[in-house]
Write a protein that binds this ligand. Structure first.
Ligand code: AMP
Ligand code: ZN
Length: 304
């Protein structure tokens, strides 16, 4: 997105601005944040994500997406507190934690920090080796566990963007992960004790979250995780290229997918019933949850 002189659609003046080609919309830099906030608020209302007084727990990673979303929800007056999970990556995690503390202090947002090491006293790459699972899968599983355990009655908000959602769908179409495809929805309602989970940036691109931070001078952590999988990068790249070459295509695809998903997967997916893990109380389809089973595996490893 290049900055040039445009006739702004909101204030009608000829000023430095941007052209959001996927919406066929030109806006000046002052009006863009207004548009950004309005779009997020409309997404929240359109999908009935939450009400202004509902307690919200926002998962704040320190990246541009969750930072711009946290700032926006704060500006819009929603009842938020933030959760940051320090995943214990040398160098990056300390810096990110410090950034998140400063950001929340400045924005007067209540922040809770949980260290992954409090649950597993080992680096994630080691846990992944012992579990024989990819690092991203293990890290994601533990992060979801922490979020679900922390949110008591609060709606969990994450900074997943339109780009995240579309690359996730394309990836799972390519590998035909029907189970995951059948559950795609920007709102996962409260179920059997799990908190409601929502994605207010599901109709917002990453170019927009970046621009929002740049225009308002909001800092964020720009480094990506050194363990990020190549597969993730490939599908994110494909999605960005699609949107560049065919502006508007990814939002049309996403909306179209949401329209069709129920019909495509009606009754085909078995509903699993959940019960409380006998060790920690987390909801699981087996007697003990995956985290407690992983803990046991690590203990066995430690004891040789
Ligand atoms: P990612 O899977 O890294 O693309 O992150 C997607 C979303 O998950 C982010 O926008 C955050 O809302 C949340 N998230 C990721 N990492 C963390 C973290 N370390 N602490 C809190 N929330 C996180
Ligand atoms: Zn458990």
């Amino acid at each position: 997105m290049e900055n040039k002189k445009v006739r702004c659609k909101i204030c009608n003046s000829l000023k430095e601005g941007i052209s959001l080609e996927h919406y066929n919309l030109k806006l000046c830099l002052e009006c863009f944040p207004i548009f950004f906030r309005k779009r997020i608020d409309e997404t929240i209302k359109k999908f009935k994500m939450f009400q202004p007084s509902d307690p919200i727990l926002i998962a704040l990673s320190g990246g541009k997406d969750s930072v711009s979303l946290t700032k926006t929800l704060r500006d819009l007056g929603y009842n938020i507190r933030a959760l940051h999970i320090n995943i214990g990556i040398k160098g990056l995690s300390e810096k990110t934690e410090e950034f998140v503390i400063n950001f929340c202090e400045n924005e007067k947002i209540d922040l809770k920090i949980i260290k992954l090491q409090e649950i597993f006293p080992l680096p994630v790459y080691k846990i992944s080796k012992i579990a024989k699972k990819p690092i991203c899968a293990v890290c994601g599983m533990i992060r979801r566990y922490i979020m679900n355990m922390e949110a008591k009655g609060e709606t969990i908000v994450t900074g997943h963007t339109l780009n995240d959602e579309v690359s996730f769908i394309i990836k799972n179409l390519i590998f035909w992960n029907d189970d995951l495809l059948s559950r795609i929805n920007p709102v996962l309602s409260e179920k059997q004790g799990f908190s409601k989970k929502v994605k207010p940036l599901c109709l917002t691109t990453e170019q927009e979250t970046k621009l929002f931070c740049e225009v308002l001078g909001i800092k964020y952590i720009d480094e990506s995780c050194p363990y990020r999988s190549e597969v993730y990068d490939v599908f994110k790249h494909v999605t960005a290229e699609l949107n560049k070459n065919f502006p508007g295509s990814i939002i049309g695809f996403y909306k179209g997918y949401l329209k069709r998903v129920k019909k495509m997967y009606s009754e085909s997916i078995e509903k699993v019933s959940l019960q409380k893990c006998k060790d920690c109380g987390y909801l699981t389809s087996s007697e003990r949850c995956s985290i407690c089973r992983l803990k046991e595996k690590l203990l066995e490893y430690k004891n040789g």
